[in-house]
Write a protein that binds this ligand. Structure first.
Ligand code: F6P
Length: 348
């Protein structure tokens, strides 16, 4: 057993919106790292913690009992060092002063985009893909997505019974940013009658025709699932505010209410709107996300041990692979049209 002085140090941070499964990744990193005689430093609140040197030692006790917990024990932020004066220099300097051999960045396209750039600039970084949106390339799925679709599916199931009792149309707005993965998969699983995604502009007349036909054949209620990033054919994207965050994203949300009003006006059917919001991101991860997070955490640490930097862990088929981080963030993964065609079979 090597002494403390022989120990190598690895940092771990979580960036961007939190998501179920982050704690299982952190736990796996720490457990595997300790076996490999590494000390783990938790960088608090994403890149912000590396700019400000806000870090804590993570040991066995720190990760005990966190597997079923949602959120992240080390906090997160949407800080972008490339948008802050001297931010990148501070990150590089503090990486050294903390004595890190490598850093594991757990995040989505923004956090891993920063990680990929830092790797190009000489830092030893590896990544693990998180996001409920499931919009990262090179991995079949990101952790957090399974939990989100299960939460959304349960909500759709519950809305069915109240919709049916009142002869109503229920519009359910789900998250997902500019990809319709949450909408399409929870919509299929929940038996939605119409699913609207950012990949296909909304034709409101077509939607109302589908709903009318359904009601004409005796159905007294309908469920419409809409992704927050879906856009009407005519009109601008509905946003909560115009302000952009440090990565250039607008705050989406509100299309559900716009759509609900239009549907009620055009069909005459009483319509109600439910916006699921952050409920999709909170709470305990599903077993799938716990296992995927655990596999990603171990793999990320294996990449560190092998000094195979610049890579992101990925699920391809049933295997965990390592892919170049740069490739994973260069293109948004949107809903594939084969899946959309399957969903369409059940519209109306
Ligand atoms: O990327 C995850 C996500 O939940 C998106 O689906 C959503 O648009 C966004 O984050 C919400 O961000 P915030 O937590 O800043 O409101």
């Amino acid at each position: 057993m090597k002494g403390e002085s022989a120990m190598k140090k690895v940092g771990v941070l979580t960036g961007g919106g939190d998501c179920p499964g982050l704690n299982p990744v952190i736990r796996a990193v720490v457990r595997y790292a300790i076996k490999e005689n590494y000390e783990v430093v938790g960088i608090k609140n994403g890149w912000k913690g590396l700019i400000e040197i806000n870090a804590v030692k993570l040991d066995l006790a720190s990760v005990s009992g966190i597997l079923p917990k949602g959120g992240t024990i080390i906090g997160t932020s949407r800080t972008n060092p490339y948008k802050l004066d001297g931010g990148v220099d501070k990150v590089k300097k503090n990486f050294k002063s903390l004595g890190l051999e490598a850093l594991i960045a757990i995040g989505g396209e923004d956090t891993l985009g920063v990680a990929a750039k830092l790797y190009k600039e000489g830092l030893n970084v590896v990544g693990a893909p998180k996001t409920i949106d499931n919009d990262l390339s090179c991995t079949d799925v990101t952790f957090g997505f399974d939990t989100a679709i299960n939460v959304a599916t349960e909500a759709i199931d519950r809305l069915h019974t109240t919709a049916e009792s009142h002869n109503r149309i229920m519009v359910v707005e789900v998250m997902g940013r500019h990809a319709g993965w949450i909408a399409i998969e929870s919509g299929i699983a929940g038996g939605a009658d119409v699913i609207l995604i950012p990949e296909i502009p909304i034709d409101i007349n077509e939607v109302c025709e589908l709903l009318k036909k359904r009601h004409e054949r005796g159905k007294s209620f309908s469920i419409v699932v809409v992704a927050e990033g879906a856009q009407l054919k005519e009109g601008d994207m509905v946003k909560q505010e115009e302000k952009l965050d440090a990565f250039g994203h607008v705050r989406l949300g509100g299309i559900g209410h716009t759509l609900g009003e239009m549907i009620e006006a055009k069909t005459g059917y009483e319509t109600r709107v439910t916006v699921l919001g952050h409920i999709q991101r909170g709470g305990t991860p599903t077993a799938f996300d716990r296992v995927l997070g655990t596999r990603f955490g171990v793999k990320a640490m294996q990449l560190v041990v092998a000094k195979d930097y610049g890579k992101m862990t990925a699920l391809q088929g049933i295997a965990i692979k390592a892919v170049p981080m740069e490739q994973a963030v260069c293109k948004l993964k949107t809903v594939d049209m084969e899946l959309y065609d399957i969903a369409k079979v059940f519209f109306g």
